[in-house]
Ligand binder design. Structure first.
Ligand code: SER
Length: 314
């Protein structure tokens, strides 16, 4: 990797950020991966360069990119679906202005430098609303999100497509389903119930589930999510026909199906159901996703299904 190909990660202390930072450091060398976040997390600050960065501070972001000669940004900093409902204005500001700062910087750097910057930005199944076919939800369909988080992801997808079309910014994106991993804490998402249920089972505790027992959602084990992001960034850009965001999935399950899969390993694990506002969000999202465009354009294929994921997590 040359000096202009260093990687910067925003939101590196978050659930996906920690695992992506560790993966990229193992692959490219710790010094070539600059982890940033507003809050410190020893998992990333203890394993390589870490800088405190607020993505709303565009001057500091630009200075950091120039100082470290960054060629690729994984822009992960965002507020998720369940938490976002508690502060609409703040969720809009952080999620939209953060992305806009990164896209504007990539446009400026692209105009000034001989090498172009590459951006990864995660979208989400939250762009979908209740008016769609819930099974095998297609890549192209009317998008009517029900949360402010989903609205920011939909607007963000459109911004990514616009910056690519108008300014040639090489921004690539995935509509992640619920992400499940055991090396970092999830925070503020609707799909986090699955991680919380697995943790309770592993700790020998009972669990109160905020989502209804039969509500199925698309999900993905963290190893697949990290590989999906890096495979997309490695792909030949001329083959990428979707410049908003790719549908992507690995498995689908309901809380009841997850409970059954856990009980294959943990005897007597008990779950009670107390649906709250997260149950309403969950029931507005798809049961399963058609990710054939990702398979076709850059060879996406998941490795972990429900039994694999549960075994790894426990
Ligand atoms: N996992 C996210 C959430 O539940 C969806 O992108 O908010």
């Amino acid at each position: 990797m040359s000096n202009t190909e260093r990687i910067l990660i925003t939101g590196a202390s978050g659930q996906l950020g920690v695992e992506l930072t560790m993966h990229l450091r193992a692959r490219h060398g710790a010094d070539n991966v600059i982890a940033t976040d507003v809050r410190d997390n020893k998992a990333v600050s203890g394993t390589g360069p870490f800088e405190q960065l607020d993505v709303l501070d565009s001057d500091s972001l630009a200075a950091m990119v120039r100082r470290h000669r960054i060629g690729t940004i994984y822009h992960l900093a965002a507020i998720l679906s369940a938490k976002g409902e508690a502060d609409i204005r703040w969720t809009w500001k952080l999620n939209m202005d953060g992305l806009l700062n990164v896209l504007e910087l990539a446009r400026d750097e692209g105009a000034a430098a001989s090498t172009r910057m590459e951006i990864f930005w995660p979208s989400s199944i939250a762009v979908f609303g209740p008016d769609l076919p819930r099974e095998n939800t297609p890549q192209e369909c009317p998008l009517n999100p029900t949360t402010v988080y989903g609205i920011t992801k939909l607007a963000g997808e459109q911004l990514c497509a616009y910056y690519h079309r108008k300014f040639g910014v090489d921004v690539r994106s995935l509509r992640f389903p619920g992400l499940i991993g055991n090396k970092s804490e999830p925070g503020g998402g609707t799909t986090d119930y699955s991680v919380d249920m697995l943790r309770a089972a592993a700790a020998g505790e009972s669990f109160v589930c905020p989502v209804r027992p039969e509500t199925r959602l698309p999900m993905m084990y963290m190893d697949d999510a990290v590989r999906a992001a890096t495979d997309l960034m490695d792909a030949d850009g001329s083959k990428l026909r979707v410049r908003s965001s790719y549908n992507i999935t690995a498995m689908s399950f309901s809380p009841k199906e997850l409970l059954d899969a856990i009980r294959a390993h943990v005897n007597g694990f008990d779950v009670a159901y107390r649906p709250d506002h997260r149950a309403e969000i969950a029931s507005s999202w798809p049961d399963s996703i058609d990710d054939s465009a990702a398979r076709r354009d850059w060879g996406w294929e998941p490795k972990f299904d429900l039994p694999d994921m549960v075994r790894e997590m426990l």
